[in-house]
Design a protein around this ligand. Structure first.
Ligand code: GLA
Length: 486
C-alpha cells in the first residue's frame, strides 16, 4: 500500500493516522469489524476509517444555491476496515450488517456506476462514486490498487442523517489513503461532494463538508462561497439537541423531488438575472452569485423576488418566453434526467425560502456567538424562533415536509420545544432544541409515549426491544472523519 505516512503531524487540517486506543469510543465496534475482516479475508486490516452522519441545525436546501449551513456530526457513523492489494485491481466489499446488504466485487479497471430507472441505486454504488472521485482527482497518477473492505454502519438509513454521504466520504478517504494521497480535509470533502453527483442527485456539499470538518463539542458554520470554510460554533451552554426519526423513509436518489427543487432554484436565478438586465445574465444559476453581482442584502433580495416573480405557478411556456429559450433548450440546459417530466415550477416560493433561510443561518450563528459573551434568555428564545421559522418555510414554501414530521413538530410545540425537519425532508428526522439535559429527557419521554408507542403494529414490533432509543435520542457534536491503525 502506498499509504501516506506524511499525514503524521500535519495538523488538524488533515486526517491524521491515529493509533487505535482502547479508550476510543469506537474501539469495540472497530474490533468487531476487524474480526469480521479477518474471517472474510484471512488477514488483518491495514487501517480503519470512521465517518459520521450529521444533523443540520439550520440552513436547509440552501447549500446548492451557494449559501452557508450550520450542521454538526452525530455519533453514529460508517466504519470501514481496509486492506490493499497492488497486485490485483479488485474491489471487494463485505458488509457486516448482512441482512440489509449483499457483498459486492468489482474490477477497478472497469468501474461502472449503474443508476436504475426506479428504486434508487444499489448501496455499493455510493462506494464506487468515492473511488471514481479519487481516480479523477489523481488523473495520470491513479494506479488501480485492489481494496479489501469490511464495512458497517449505524447511521439510520434514508432518515435525513446523511448515511449515504458518510459512505461516499468513507470510500473517498479509504481510497485516498491507499493511493498515498495527503489527506487534506477540505480537498477530500470537495472530492466527496463532486463525486456523489454520479448518483444522480444534484446535492450541495453540506453533508460531505461536515463529515470531514466536524469537531467534537461544536457545530460548524460551513461556507461554500467563495471557497469551502468551516468555523466552529459553540451551541448555547446547557442546550441539548434531540433527533427524532419520523420513520418515514426517504431516499433522495430514488425520487425526483430533490432535483426538482434544484431545477426551480436555477431557473429562478436565471429569471432574476435577466430581470436585472445583466449583460452576462445567462451565466447565473446560483442565487449567491447573483447576490454578489448585484450587491444585494438579504431584505433587498427578498424584495426583488417578490417584485419579479409574481406568479405562484409558472408553466414551461412562461419560462421559455421569459428566458427566450425553446422547450428543447429548457429540457437540455435546466432539466436533469430525473426531472424531464416537470411541467410546472414554483419559482417565487423556492427563491423566497432560500434567501430567507440563508439569512436565518447567519443570525443563528451571530446569536450563538453573542451567547458566548453573555447569557440571555431572549437570545435562546430567538434561536428557537429561527428554527420554527425555518420549519414553517420548509413546509409552506419548499413543500418538503410530511404529515408524520408535522405530527412530531406539533408534539414538540406543545412541549414548548422548537423543532424543524432536518436534511432533505419528505420524511426522515426532525431536530429539536431543548434548554437542558433534563428538559430533553422529559421531551423524549413525551415523544416516545405520544408518537412512537402509537406506531402501527409492524413498526412497533421492530423497535420494541430497544425502547425506541435508536430512533429518538439526544445528540452531542462529534468529530469528523478519522483514520486508525492498530
Ligand atoms: C441533502 C443534501 C444536502 C442538502 C440537504 C438539504 O442532505 O445532500 O446537500 O441540500 O439535503 O439541506
Amino acid at each position: 500500500m502506498a499509504t501516506s505516512d506524511n499525514n503524521v503531524g500535519l495538523g488538524d487540517e488533515h486526517v491524521a493516522v491515529q493509533k487505535l486506543q482502547p479508550q476510543a469510543t469506537i474501539y469495540e465496534r472497530l474490533l468487531k469489524l476487524g474480526a469480521f475482516f479477518k474471517q472474510q479475508y484471512d488477514a488483518e486490516p491495514e487501517f480503519y476509517v470512521r465517518v459520521p452522519g450529521r444533523v443540520n441545525i439550520i440552513g436547509e436546501h440552501v447549500d446548492y444555491c451557494g449559501y452557508s449551513v450550520l450542521p454538526m456530526a452525530v455519533e453514529q457513523s460508517i466504519i470501514l476496515a481496509v486492506g490493499s492489494n497492488p497486485q490485483k485491481a479488485e474491489l471487494q466489499l463485505r458488509p457486516l450488517d448482512k441482512g440489509k446488504f449483499q457483498s459486492f466485487d468489482s474490477d477497478l479497471n472497469a468501474l461502472d456506476i449503474k443508476l436504475p430507472k426506479t428504486g434508487g441505486p444499489a448501496w455499493y454504488n455510493y462506494y464506487l462514486c468515492g473511488i471514481k472521485g479519487v481516480q479523477e482527482q489523481l488523473g495520470k497518477k491513479w494506479r488501480p490498487i485492489g481494496m479489501q473492505v469490511a464495512l458497517s454502519g449505524n447511521v439510520p438509513l434514508a432518515a435525513g442523517l446523511s448515511s449515504s454521504s458518510a459512505l461516499v466520504s468513507a470510500a473517498v478517504l479509504a481510497t485516498a489513503h491507499v493511493q498515498g494521497m495527503q489527506l487534506d480535509r477540505k480537498l477530500l470533502a470537495s472530492i466527496s461532494a463532486s463525486c456523489e453527483q454520479y448518483i444522480g442527485t444534484h446535492s450541495g456539499g453540506m453533508d460531505q463538508a461536515i463529515a470531514y470538518l466536524a469537531k467534537k463539542g461544536c457545530a460548524q458554520h460551513i461556507e461554500f462561497h467563495p471557497k469551502l470554510k468551516g468555523t466552529p460554533v459553540t451551541l448555547p451552554a446547557g442546550s441539548c439537541f434531540v433527533v427524532a426519526n419520523s420513520l418515514v423513509q426517504k431516499k433522495k436518489a430514488a425520487s425526483s423531488d430533490y432535483n426538482e427543487r434544484v431545477v426551480e432554484c436555477r431557473l429562478a436565478t436565471r429569471w432574476l438575472a435577466k430581470s436585472q438586465k445583466l449583460p452576462n445574465w445567462q451565466d447565473f444559476i446560483r442565487f449567491i452569485d447573483l447576490e454578489e453581482e448585484c450587491n444585494l442584502d438579504n431584505a433587498a433580495y427578498a424584495q426583488l423576488i417578490e417584485k419579479q416573480l409574481r406568479k405562484s405557478l409558472y408553466t414551461r411556456d412562461d419560462i421559455c418566453e421569459a428566458l427566450g429559450i425553446t422547450e428543447q433548450q429548457l429540457e437540455k440546459d435546466f432539466l436533469t434526467p430525473s426531472t424531464q417530466h416537470m411541467q410546472q415550477f414554483k419559482l417565487r416560493q423556492r427563491a423566497l425560502h432560500v434567501i430567507q433561510e440563508s439569512g436565518r443561518v447567519v443570525k443563528f450563528r451571530q446569536i450563538c456567538e453573542q451567547l458566548q459573551r453573555r447569557a440571555s434568555k431572549q437570545d435562546i428564545e430567538q434561536l428557537g424562533k429561527l428554527m420554527q421559522q425555518s420549519h414553517a418555510s420548509l413546509r409552506e414554501l419548499y413543500e418538503c415536509s410530511h404529515p408524520d414530521l408535522e405530527r412530531l413538530v406539533a408534539l414538540s410545540t406543545k412541549q414548548g420545544v422548537s423543532a424543524r425537519v432536518t436534511g432533505a425532508g419528505w420524511g426522515g428526522c426532525i431536530v429539536a432544541m431543548c434548554d437542558s439535559v433534563s428538559a430533553a429527557a422529559d421531551y423524549v419521554k413525551v415523544l416516545k409515549r405520544e408518537y412512537y408507542a402509537q406506531l402501527p403494529a409492524h413498526l412497533l414490533e421492530r423497535y420494541q426491544p430497544n425502547d425506541f432509543n435508536e430512533v429518538v435520542f439526544a445528540t452531542v457534536p462529534s468529530n469528523g472523519a478519522e483514520l486508525f491503525v492498530q
